[in-house]
Design a protein around this ligand. Sequence first.
Ligand code: NAD
Ligand code: TYD
Length: 352
Amino acid sequence: MTKKSILITGGAGFIGSHVVRLFVQKYPEYHIFNLDKLTYAGNLKNLTDIEQAPNYTFIKADLVDAVAIESLFQKHQFDGVIHLAAESHVDRSISNPMDFVMTNVVGTVNLLNAAKNAWKADFNNKLFYHVSTDEVYGSLHDGGFFLETTPYDPQSPYSASKASSDHFVRAYHNTYKIPVVISNCSNNYGPNQFPEKLIPLFINNIRNNKPLPVYGKGENVRDWLYVVDHARAIDMVYHKGKNGETYNIGGFNEWTNIDLIKVVCKTMDVKLGRTPGTSEQLITYVTDRAGHDLRYAIDAHKIMRELGWEPSLQFEEGIEKTIDWYLTNQQWMDEVTSGDYANYYDNLYGNR
Ligand code: NAD
Ligand code: TYD
């Protein structure tokens, strides 16, 4: 058994909480430190089932605070970093781009500096794993798929900030020889996702009989992956990925928004015992998102071929599990939609 101390950032968020849970439960010999600022998207209730585990420690900290991050690396001897913390929602990046520059760019560079300083005497058995998004590749208009070699072409302030952070990670690898891996994943769905993103937002609105705001004509295409399958991929990349490499992760599961929304509506009608077609009546076409990327689609053959990963769930099963989770965890939803959520919602959707 190899003992390791691993710092996971953003572990109170959606994907991070699934990664923390997987590592805490699967690797009792590791100590998992979860660093999170607990922004509106961070929620320790996502981790109540493992918070008492002896191999788990939560650290509240802001990645933008370079001094605090540096001192954490002096205090704990981390062997690895899995960096998920980020501002993650495109619509928020359109209204507040600087938040994305600070956390996603400055925060990532602070983390790289702290790791470099702590590890520079001996990079052996150290790893900085940066978790990124397919959105860095831009928007597909003429068919095809994103490969690891596709040139970066970010189109939103969010994807520009993630692209920038990816470049810094590669630059630190090239310049200072920090061992790194990067993965770029497609859209995730599943339990614990904050209801600003399409699927949990629409589940919550259907339950509350509120309009379903479909941007533009609903023709944009996304490639959806169940969050636990992303966490499993992250485990494989962390343990088997090659130093300096990038791995694309995706579900080979493309849907236009409108078709996906209709699946959610139909499933919700069944679950809520409503007459078929009831939820679809809530669909409301609204003003499109500025600069809305048309299509994302990942070619995930490299991680399948080289690391043996593959998605475990079919979409129909995944979406049903997801809807069941939100319906049985209504208290979670009520808590995260209290407070500032109403203001956020009115500002974004009020004038569309
Ligand atoms: P999320 O918004 O649900 O969670 C982000 C977490 O980061 C929160 O817990 C938040 O409190 C924390 N955080 C934010 N700013 C911080 C700061 N300055 N210091 C410390 N912690 C901070 O995000 P998510 O959807 O779980 O995404 C996690 C990562 O995966 C992100 O890097 C994102 O770019 C990437 N990603 C997400 C998706 C997706 O579909 N959600 C797809 C591909 C990649
Ligand atoms: P989202 O979940 O925000 O993820 P991303 O923009 O990172 O892909 O949005 C998924 C798709 O759904 C995207 O094409 C925008 C669209 N969308 C709507 O039509 N209405 C909404 O209220 C939201 C939040 C998204």
